[in-house]
Write a new protein. Structure first.
Length: 196
């Protein structure tokens, strides 16, 4: 049962490691494309970022399998709500595009799905905390997630202002990954002070 106790922290570390490997594989793939003409090596370089994505998938699956029944139920509720909400928003975005919304890019779709998952996880955790401890304690327990959201939004807005998206994608990705790791570390410190 040691994994259940520290499972969430271990899961975040595994996912952050997978994201770092994804960043390194994407950089290596872009670099290899410029220095080789071998078709097999080019195909390998283009497919290399899929390996860290599979590692992240294994980390998520392992966290789910080693969780207790209550954590599994919470994970399934969050995933179902986030999947439904993101599907509705993606379909609505494509329908509302002729009315003036900007075109839906892959990056926007990923950010939208991440935002849906974050929002749904916050709502599910708030409802569970409210049922156990009341509204006041549920709001107090929600504060670390709101702090994390505020820090992530500040990081994205700062990156959009300081680093042009097209000119430095490698630097932008590195700063975003490092900033995310720092923000999550601060989140764990802040969460430890709030949770009993």
């Amino acid at each position: 049962m040691g994994y259940v106790k520290n499972g969430e922290k271990r899961y975040f570390l595994e996912v952050l490691t997978g994201l770092a490997l994804f960043f390194a594989a994407a950089w290596l793939g872009r670099t290899a494309i410029h220095y080789t003409t071998n078709p097999a090596l080019l195909l390998t370089a283009k497919l290399l970022p899929l390996l860290p994505i599979l590692l992240i998938g294994v980390a998520v699956w392992r966290f789910y399998r080693r969780s207790d029944e209550l954590q599994r139920q919470t994970i399934l509720k969050m995933s179902a709500a986030a999947g439904l909400l993101s599907m509705i928003l993606l379909i609505a975005w494509s329908v509302l595009h002729p009315l003036g919304l900007p075109p839906l890019t892959g990056q926007t779709a990923i950010l939208l799905m991440c935002g849906c998952y974050f929002l749904c996880s916050a709502v599910v955790k708030f409802l569970e905390s409210r049922a156990d401890w009341g509204v006041k304690q549920a709001i107090i327990r929600l504060m670390p997630k709101l702090f994390l959201l505020a820090c992530m939004l500040a990081l994205v807005l700062t990156l959009n202002q300081l680093l042009p998206a097209q000119s430095m994608p490698t630097l932008r990705s590195g700063v975003a990954l490092g900033g995310t790791a720092i923000i999550i570390a601060i989140y764990w410190l802040f969460k430890r002070r709030v949770d009993p």
